[in-house]
Design a protein around this ligand. Sequence first.
Ligand SMILES: Cc1cc2nc3c(=O)[nH]c(=O)nc-3n(C[C@H](O)[C@H](O)[C@H](O)COP(=O)(O)OP(=O)(O)OC[C@H]3O[C@@H](n4cnc5c(N)ncnc54)[C@H](O)[C@@H]3O)c2cc1C
Ligand code: SF4
Ligand code: SF4
Ligand code: SF4
Length: 380
Amino acid sequence: MKIKSFEDLIEEVHKKGICQQCGGCVSFCNSMDYDVIGYREPNSPPEFINEENCLKCGICYHICPQTHVLDYDLNRVFNLLDFSSMPLGNTSKIYSCQSIDFDLLRQGTDGGVVNSLLSYMFQENLIDGAIVAKTKAHFSREPFFAESKEDLLGTSGFKLGISQQLDEVQKRHSYSSSLPELNKHKFKKLAVVGTPCQIYTIRSMQNLGIIPSQNIEYCLGLFCYENFEFDQRKVEKFQRDFNIRFEDIEKINIKRDLIIQLKGDKNRGSLIHINFEELKDYMRPACNACSDFTNVYADVSFGGLSSPENFTTVITRTEKGRQLINEVIKRRIISNLDLDSETEKKMKDLLIAYSVSKMARKESFLKNKFGPVNEVKSIV
Ligand SMILES: Cc1cc2nc3c(=O)[nH]c(=O)nc-3n(C[C@H](O)[C@H](O)[C@H](O)COP(=O)(O)OP(=O)(O)OC[C@H]3O[C@@H](n4cnc5c(N)ncnc54)[C@H](O)[C@@H]3O)c2cc1C
Ligand code: SF4
Ligand code: SF4
Ligand code: SF4
């Protein structure tokens, strides 16, 4: 039987417009130093660079989040085969947390919890570095390798400090194709912060025992309903549609919708909320073909949805993740709200509602684009 390889990814994923640009295929293939595939254009699917060097090993096809080849194996490892884990995944505990560190909280997207954990891990030598993403401009992020708390403070939140960068960015993507960054640091102990599509690819690499995933100690997963992309035309349309000038934006966040804080509104008195339904023109098309909202394959997942302002919702999933969160709470690196069972249930219900909505969006997208789907391979 022919092993499917990158040419099949082109046919089955790229040409169908569902490549999530996680960068996993490039990351693995380039770790072998053959320069077979790569990006000819930024923020577009990878392409053959030196096709003649392709070994047709098929690993790129196997680890791609859009081929679903390893769904069963991953679901077994992460205890997701049981239907009762639908659709939130293996949720060992749910918390609402906030950083104790004032700077990380102030700079944080929500409760500054992700960066507080990373900072703790640096301090305790649990990791040598972390693959994160740095804000270049509003709705524009790029991969970044952080090695200290100071590095993290420079990446935090959806905030932009240097406004002149606005003019330099013609194309903006809130998504950051950070996995190829792994190759530059493959001999270090790493944590990776990523969206569900990225964490899936890392887990697939780990499942196959392939580089550069061997030294990833922690997968910290962000909730993700969708990502956005803008060219100049869309920036102008967005500004007209919502009567917001990009240069007036202080901070952007995503929870149950897109939240915009304008400059000068320090008390966050008039936050602007834009429903995901109204943002269809700005969404990355491939995000339509994605169903995991809460990042079910992460060690710990993080989002703003279902927690109060300036708190992060934290879901522990693996034993390693559970121990990490217990430790940082015990050591007062982060604080957590004492959630009664009714509040916890409300939080879960809201997270389930968003997860179900994302799954329904994928189903309807695939049905409209490719006809009825008979086989449901994935639980998420
Ligand atoms: C594109 C995107 C979509 C999201 N969608 C939702 C949503 O729909 N609902 C919801 O509740 N929450 C969503 N989140 C998560 C939420 O915005 C916060 O990131 C999360 O609550 C953690 O907040 P924090 O204050 O604890 O993190 P912080 O302490 O501020 O740390 C955040 C860390 O994440 C890193 N980071 C940010 N973006 C990326 C990225 N694209 N790739 C890799 N690393 C990154 C930063 O560099 C930083 O290290 C989304 C996040 C992103 C990036
Ligand atoms: S060498 Fe292997 S991983 Fe690289 S493109 Fe070819 S099939 Fe994919
Ligand atoms: S592995 Fe990621 S970047 Fe590569 S084809 Fe699949 S979705 Fe696209
Ligand atoms: S919705 Fe989020 S996780 Fe899914 S493909 Fe888009 S960026 Fe990746």
